[in-house]
Structures are given as C-alpha cells and as structure tokens.
Write a protein that binds this ligand. Structure first.
Ligand code: ADP
Ligand code: F6P
Length: 330
C-alpha cells in the first residue's frame, strides 16, 4: 500500500472505466456526496481515460448525483481508451488533471482500468483508489464486484423463463452468459437456475460427459435440460457447442445468447449497498493518505487490497459448484 501526504488534497476526480456495470451510478453518488461532505471539491471525468485526454471534466455538486442510485449504466459514461496504454498519453493525462486542480482520483472499473490507475500513481504520482465495478466478478481482493449480483439475477430471470418453454416442448437449451475470461456469472446463474451443466473458460470440459448426463436424464423421463455456458473468448460460442452436441449425439438444442442485457438495468439492493459502502470507504481511504489500493468486501467487512495484488493475483471460481449443479439437477 502506498502513502501520500493527503493534507493538500483538495480536488477529487471520479471516473468509471471499462465495461459499465449496474451500480456504478450508486458508487459515483457515494463518492461525490462523501467527498463534498468532507469538504473536497469533486470533478466527474467523462468516459474513463478518454475524458482525461479530452479534458472532459465536470464539476459535481450534491445534486449532480440526485435520483441516480436506482439507475443502471453510468452518468459519467464508461468505456475504453487504447492510448492510455502508452506512457506519453498518461503524462498528458496527468498534466490535464493538474491543470484542472485534480490531485486525487477514484477509479470505478475492472483490472484494465486499475492497471492504468496503478501506472498513473507510479509514473505521475497521482494518488488513486479503485472501486471494483464489473459484472464479471473476476477481481482478486474482493468477494464481490459492483454489478455482478444484478447481472446474475438478470441471467437467472432469463433461465427461469426459458425453463418454462424448455419443459413445455421437451427441449435442450444452451444459454450463453457473459464472461470473456471468467465463469463467475455462469456458475452462479447456472447453479441458482438448476442448470444440468455449466461451461466456463477456466475449467476444461468434455461434451461427451454432458451428453451422457442428458441421455441418462432422458432415459429416466427427464425430457428437458438447460446448459449454461460463459461466452469465453468468442461471444456466440454456444452455437458451436450446439453444433458439436448435434454432430456427436444427434441431440438438437436451442441456443439463447443473453449478451449485453446483463450489463443493464436497475442494480439490485445488494449492488446498491455494495456501491454505497465502497464509494464512501474509497473517499475515507484517500483522505487518510492511502492510495494504490482497491476497496473490497470480505464477508460483511469493507477491506482494502493493494492494486498490484489485484492485478497480479487470480481469483478462482469454485469448481465444486459446477459438480454440485450436476448432482442437484439429477
Ligand atoms: P476493465 O477495466 O473492465 O478491465 P478494460 O480492460 O477494457 O476494462 O480496460 C479499460 C481501460 O483501462 C482501457 O481502455 C485503457 O484505457 C485502460 N487500460 C487497460 N489496460 C491498460 C494497460 N495495460 N495500461 C494502461 N492502461 C490500461
Ligand atoms: O463487462 C465485462 C464484459 O461483460 C465481459 O464479460 C464481456 O466479454 C465484455 O465485457 C464485453 O464488453 P464489450 O462488448 O463492451 O467489449
């Protein structure tokens, strides 16, 4: 954990970066209001690191964040800025921040955004505290990220609806959920939705075992099944899985790709609570001179984790939950 002299901290910049996640607005609200109540000036930076380069800086007041706790998306937008991977652009960004008086930052995003934040501190000595905001939940140092619970509930709602029609027509469905590199959404939504099997990028699987499972079910009179697959590196890969299943077993399946629907919508109570607590905690940490850290949650406690650990250590999906889903869907 890095320390800096926070007695000269006057203006805090807050931004959302990477893919948006439901609950980011609740986090922005908590940061803005906590900081203003602690006598800081707050500036909202628009569209992540793009706003650093374009100087899209908005003064924030208590009322700037009125009526947003329940809204999905991000009032400050989110997004990606490829230039920020180059040191020369990070230098320009730091000059722009300083010219506007911004001397501390709260970054709401995932590990890519935190890499940028970590480099800003190391290269330009701009103190940053991170808040984990990504539906994927794949960040070391926190049990939950903002947006994960909402995304899982959105996926679960879809699974429940599909189960109705799957059962009525005796059909096999493959439902694809988000998760380019991680299967947290797939495992949570799959287990909670009673899926017969779950496919995730970090866990090798053999379709022949799944096919045996389904066929054994059919022999017992279980005529419909639901498989949940994380998208992995290729969105739409559920169609490939359906092809492979058909070619190797003759079983036909219907595919439903949920896609970006999981990134939108009103955040659940859990995500609003998490975002509110993390937002407030991030301001308190930076005011105490702590930086280059991320706020996390462990059990009921707010905790902190060094950004370098968040970036270099891996949070693992509990693979036993996939086995549990198979056992319980028998
Ligand atoms: P997330 O924060 O959700 O992981 P991305 O990986 O898309 O999302 O990263 C968001 C942004 O963070 C990128 O568009 C870029 O501006 C910045 N970023 C990502 N990786 C790096 C890096 N290696 N160095 C500097 N900035 C980075
Ligand atoms: O927000 C994380 C995530 O949803 C991944 O699971 C997904 O692969 C990716 O974002 C897609 O984001 P985009 O379409 O914005 O590139």
């Amino acid at each position: 954990m890095a320390h800096f002299d926070s007695k000269n901290l006057k203006t805090l910049g807050v931004y959302a970066s990477g893919g948006d996640a439901p609950g980011m607005n609740a986090a922005i609200r908590a940061v803005v209001r906590t900081a203003i109540l602690r006598n800081l000036r707050v500036v909202g930076i628009v569209q992540g690191y793009t706003g650093f380069l374009k100087k899209e800086f908005n003064e924030m007041e208590l009322r700037s964040v009125a009526n947003i706790i329940q809204r999905g998306g991000s009032i400050l937008k989110a997004g990606r800025c490829p230039e920020f991977r180059e040191a020369k652009y990070r230098k320009i960004a730091a000059e722009n921040l300083r010219s506007f008086g911004i001397d501390g930052l709260i970054c709401i995003g995932g590990d890519g955004s935190f890499t940028g934040a970590n480099l800003l501190w190391q290269e330009q000595q701009i103190p940053v505290v991170g808040i984990p905001g990504t539906i994927d939940n794949d960040i070391y140092g926190t049990e939950y990220t903002i947006g994960f619970d909402t995304a899982v509930n959105t996926a679960l709602d879809a699974i429940d609806r599909i189960r109705d029609t799957a059962a009525s027509h005796d059909r096999l469905f493959i439902i694809e959920v988000m998760g380019r590199e991680s299967g947290f959404i797939a495992v949570a939504a799959g287990l909670a939705g009673g899926a017969e099997d779950i496919f995730i990028p970090e866990h090798p699987f053999e379709l022949k075992h799944t096919i045996e499972l389904i066929k054994r079910g059919i022999a017992r009179g279980k005529m419909s099944s639901i498989l949940v697959a994380a998208e992995g590196p290729k969105p739409g890969r559920a169609y490939d899985l359906a092809d492979e299943i058909r070619k190797s077993s003759g079983l036909e399946s219907k595919v439903c790709v949920l896609g970006h629907i999981q990134r939108g919508g009103a955040p659940t109570a859990m995500d609003r609570l998490l975002a509110s607590r993390m937002g407030a905690k991030s301001v308190d940490e930076i005011l105490h001179g702590q930086c280059d850290i991320m706020i996390g949650v462990r059990g009921q406690e707010m905790v902190t984790c060094e950004l370098s650990d968040c970036l270099h250590k891996k949070k693992h999906v509990d693979h036993s939950l996939i086995e549990l889903a198979k056992i319980l869907s028998n």
